[in-house]
Design a binder for this molecule. Structure first.
Ligand SMILES: Cc1cc2nc3c(=O)[nH]c(=O)nc-3n(C[C@H](O)[C@H](O)[C@H](O)COP(=O)(O)OP(=O)(O)OC[C@H]3O[C@@H](n4cnc5c(N)ncnc54)[C@H](O)[C@@H]3O)c2cc1C
Length: 201
């Protein structure tokens, strides 16, 4: 859908190039929701894709997922075989009500920031003890657990660019059994991980 009130699209490549936030601004990620309904209050989009954050990287602290990582990129990620909770990644990527056309461009960050009740990336990253890195307007960063980031239906702590970092808990040392379930209408989705010591939740 055309967003007729939008007159400008900013393409910052670095944090220093971010324009000063004004009323009528919105971050643009994959645009799958943004362009799916009228946004008459918007006049400018700030496109996050030119930051060119690496979609996925594995380091000493675990897996880092860029906010701009698409669901398709995450689904195609070849996890180390010893990551016991790895199957959750594909299960959650394929839990969208949307078709593959959507998840080719929909991003992980966009899903968290939408904060819909059946947000598969919310369930996934919360279950894996994900941590959001939030850029604050004063130039500093804030770390917030995904579980604390989403507060309610379409409400979250902050709508600013962030990267989501998953901690080591998805590695075999700490992560054991997993369970994945959706309601028949997919209006609710839940994932659980359990410690090796045996809790069954
Ligand atoms: C047919 C269809 C089916 C869908 N099915 C589902 C579903 O099953 N479950 C579900 O949860 N959603 C669903 N959606 C909604 C939406 O497509 C997804 O939530 C998707 O993951 C949003 O990601 P995006 O990158 O396209 O976000 P965008 O559309 O680009 O942005 C969504 C919102 O988040 C903000 N935003 C995006 N990225 C950031 C960021 N990094 N920092 C701060 N703010 C940001 C934007 O400003 C905007 O307000 C569906 C949409 C369609 C059209």
């Amino acid at each position: 859908m055309d967003l007729n009130t939008v007159t400008e699209v900013a393409h910052p490549r670095t944090r220093a190039q971010l324009p000063v936030w004004t009323a009528g601004d919105a971050w643009l990620a994959g645009g799958t929701w943004l362009f799916s309904e009228p946004q008459v209050h918007l006049t400018r989009l700030i496109d996050l894709t030119d930051f060119k954050w690496p979609a996925l990287s594995v380091g000493a602290t675990g897996l880092t997922i860029a906010a701009t990582c698409t669901v398709a990129q995450l689904d195609a990620f070849a996890c180390p075989p010893e990551w016991l909770a790895a199957p959750l990644i594909n299960q959650c990527c394929r839990a969208y009500l949307a078709s593959f056309k959507i998840w080719k461009t929909a991003t992980v960050g966009g899903n968290l920031c939408m904060s819909l009740p059946a947000g598969p990336m919310i369930s996934l990253t919360a279950a894996l003890d994900g941590i959001c890195t939030i850029w604050k307007a004063d130039g500093s960063e804030q770390k917030v657990k995904v579980a604390d980031f989403v507060i309610a239906d379409q409400r979250n702590r902050r709508r600013v660019p962030f990267n989501c970092r998953l901690q080591r808990t998805h590695k075999p040392k700490n992560c054991g059994r997993r369970c994945f379930t959706t309601s028949p209408t997919r209006s609710i989705m839940m994932t659980f991980t359990a410690s090796r010591r045996g809790a069954s939740t």
